[in-house]
Design a protein. Sequence first.
Length: 257
Amino acid sequence: MDIRGKVAIVTGGASGIGAGLAKRYVAEGARGVVVADVNLERAEGVARAIGAVAVRCDVSREADIQALVATTRQHFGQIDIYMSNAGILGHPGGIELEDALWEKMWLIHGMAHVWAARAVIPQMVERGEGYFLVTASAAGLLNIVESAPYGVTKHAALAFAEWLRIAYGRRGVRVSCLCPQSVLSDMVTGDGGSAGHDGILTPAQVAQEVVTTMRDENFLCLPHPQVAKYFLNKAQDYDRWIGGMQKMYALHMAKGG
């Protein structure tokens, strides 16, 4: 898709990948960009700097997403691109983590994409054109040793993006799934942990890959190209891949994880 003249919503747009994408969409000639984030003050800062519109949105609430979509339509008439990017990292750990954290991740990494699709895809189908993107992370393809709920819910995000592409890909709606490893943001500390194995990218680098993916209309967007090889290794020898991840988990625990 050519971004020029289009209207885009970016959730989680106040920082990191979201802010990088909002800036890039403006640079690519978007007619309107809405920077949506639960932190309105930071979203307004990003929006002011690039000539965009800021809207407060807690994507764990369907009503907020509906309000975001309604506000965008009031400003610009329609929505051409929805970048469902907002995410949280939460506390590291596994089955011992409290239900509240699991449930929050299910909402933000799962239902938020469902609610957004419910709000924008019918109109895209009606027009015969639109782009819906989901940020799932490489954890959605490969898992991650530090956080069970993060890896599990990012798998759900990937699966939902796949389903959308299957159901609507021949009805004018392009669907892509962004699966980076570590990206410079508030969610990344130190060396990025296991996700930083292949280096920490800048939001601008990720935004470049997203724009390229949108132009080519590919499903997977892999800013870290090594992820494709890891995913292939997983598919070809699942048990061996799990063995490698077990070693990585052991190293993580030995460091005090």
